[in-house]
Design a protein around this ligand. Structure first.
Ligand SMILES: Nc1ncnc2c1ncn2[C@@H]1O[C@H](COP(=O)(O)OP(=O)(O)OP(=O)(O)O)[C@@H](O)[C@H]1O
Length: 361
C-alpha cells in the first residue's frame, strides 16, 4: 500500500518544465519529506498530489488506484498550508470542525468526539473559544494541525507548516508533528526548504533541484551516500567542502595543490573533485613557510568552533569544525590535511565514491 508518483511532469502554460519526470514511492504510514531550494517545484508537486494543480504528464496513484483526475475532496487527504488557512470569523473549535461538518457524512456526536480529541492532542482545549486573531503563531499552527488530526484522511500533506514560526517554536512544533504522525500512523508528505527539518523528521527524503529528483533515500543514506555534489552540499552545516583534486599515484590524490590524501579505492584519472565534511578536515598551527592556509574568521558554537580559512592555492575557502577548546585565532597560519573519509565526484558532479566502474577498472 503506497502513494506512487510515476514520471510526473509539470509545465505551467508555455513556461519551462517546473517538474520533470518525478518518480517515487511513498509507503503508507511513513513520514516523507520533499526538500529543495526555493522555486524547485516542491509546492507544485504537493498541490498535484492534493489535486489542486493539474499534472501535465505522468501518473499519481494511491493504493494502486490512479487519482490523476480525482477531485481534491475525493482523494481522502488533508492539507496543512504555510498560511494555516484558518477562517478568521470562526473560533478554534469551529475551525477544526469545519471540514467534518462540510462533508455531512459524519454524525454530530462523532464530530464532537473527534474535534475534542484533536484539540486535546495539540493542547488547545483551553483555547477552543478563541478566534484565530487571538492566538499566537504557534497556536494557530496547532489549530491547523488539529484540523488535519480530526479528519479521518489517511494522507496528510503539509507545505512548509513551520516557516512562519520563530526558531525555538519551530523546534518544538517539529517534535510535536513528528510525535503526532507516529501516534496517528498517517502517511505524512511534508514540504520544506530546511535541510534540518528534513533530516530530523523524515523516514525518507526526496531531494528536488532544477525540476528533477536528485535523490530519494533515508536521511542517513542521503548524508553518507549523496548521489551528487548538489545533494552533498545541501545537507550539513556548514556545507561540505568541495575541492578540486588530481591523482598523483595509485591511491594518492592531491587536493587543491595543497595536501595529499591516501584513499582506499581506485581513483579516476580525469578531472574530479573531493567532498570533505568540515569534521573531516584536520588543521594545526604552523609557521608561515610550511602553512597551506590561513584563518579568516572563527564562529563559536558552544561545544564547537567553526574555522573559516583560505587555502594558499586559488583562494579556495574551507570550513573546519574543531572542539571549542582548540586554540586558534583569526589570521593564524595553519596546515590543513584530511582524513580519508571523503567523497569523490566526477566532472558532472556525480558521486563516484566506491563506484563499481572504478573498482572494476
Ligand atoms: N500558477 C503558476 N503559474 C506559473 N508558474 C508557476 C505557478 N506556480 C508556481 N510557478 C512556478 O513554478 C516554479 C516552482 O514553484 P513552487 O512554488 O512549486 O516552488 P517551491 O519549491 O515550492 O518554492 P518555495 O520554496 O519558494 O515555496 C517557480 O518557478 C514558480 O514561479
Amino acid at each position: 500500500m503506497s502513494t506512487v508518483l510515476k514520471n510526473v511532469c509539470k509545465q505551467y502554460d508555455s513556461e519551462k518544465m517546473v517538474l520533470n519526470d518525478v518518480s517515487a514511492e511513498i509507503q503508507t504510514g511513513e513520514f516523507f519529506v520533499i526538500v529543495g531550494p526555493s522555486g524547485c517545484g516542491k509546492s507544485t508537486l504537493l498541490r498535484m498530489i492534493a489535486g489542486l494543480t493539474q499534472i501535465s504528464d505522468g501518473e499519481i496513484s494511491v493504493d494502486d488506484k490512479v487519482i490523476n483526475d480525482l477531485a481534491p475532496k475525493d482523494r481522502n487527504l488533508t492539507m496543512v498550508f504555510q498560511s494555516y488557512a484558518l477562517f478568521p470569523f470562526l473560533n478554534v473549535w469551529d475551525n477544526v470542525a469545519f471540514g467534518l461538518k462540510a462533508r455531512k457524512k459524519t454524525s454530530q456526536a462523532d464530530i464532537e468526539n473527534r474535534v475534542n480529541e484533536a484539540l486535546r492532542m495539540v493542547n488547545l482545549e483551553e483555547l477552543k473559544d478563541r478566534k484565530p486573531r487571538e492566538l499566537s503563531g504557534g497556536q494557530r499552527q496547532r489549530v491547523a494541525l488539529a484540523r488535519a488530526v480530526a479528519s479521518d484522511a489517511k494522507i496528510c500533506l503539509m507545505d512548509e507548516p513551520l516557516s512562519n514560526l520563530d526558531a525555538q517554536l519551530r523546534i518544538k512544533m517539529r517534535q510535536e508533528i513528528y510525535a503526532l504522525q507516529r501516534k496517528l500512523g498517517i502517511t505524512l508528505i511534508y514540504v520544506t526548504h530546511d535541510q534540518v527539518e528534513a533530516m530530523t523528521m523524515a523516514d525518507h527524503i526526496m531531494v528536488l533541484n532544477d525540476s528533477r529528483v536528485q535523490q530519494v533515500g533515508t536521511p542517513t543514506d542521503i548524508y553518507k551516500h549523496p548521489a551528487n555534489e548538489f545533494v552533498a552540499s545541501f545537507f550539513g552545516v556548514p556545507p561540505i567542502n568541495i575541492l578540486p583534486a588530481v591523482k598523483t599515484s595509485n591511491g594518492v590524490i592531491n587536493v587543491n595543490g595543497d595536501f595529499e590524501i591516501t584513499i582506499d579505492q581506485p581513483v579516476p584519472v580525469d578531472n574530479f573533485t573531493v567532498g570533505i565534511r568540515p569534521t573531516e578536515l584536520i588543521i594545526e598551527k604552523t609557521d608561515e613557510l610550511s602553512a597551506n592556509a590561513s584563518i579568516k574568521t572563527i564562529e563559536y558554537l558552544g561545544d564547537e568552533k567553526i574555522i573559516y580559512a583560505k587555502m594558499s592555492n586559488n583562494n579556495v575557502e574551507i570550513a573546519v569544525i574543531v572542539t571549542s577548546d582548540a586554540d586558534f585565532k583569526a589570521y593564524d597560519t595553519i596546515n590543513v590535511s584530511a582524513t580519508n573519509n571523503i567523497l569523490l565526484f566526477n566532472s558532472d558532479g556525480v558521486n563516484i565514491t566506491k563506484a563499481e566502474d572504478l573498482i572494476n577498472a
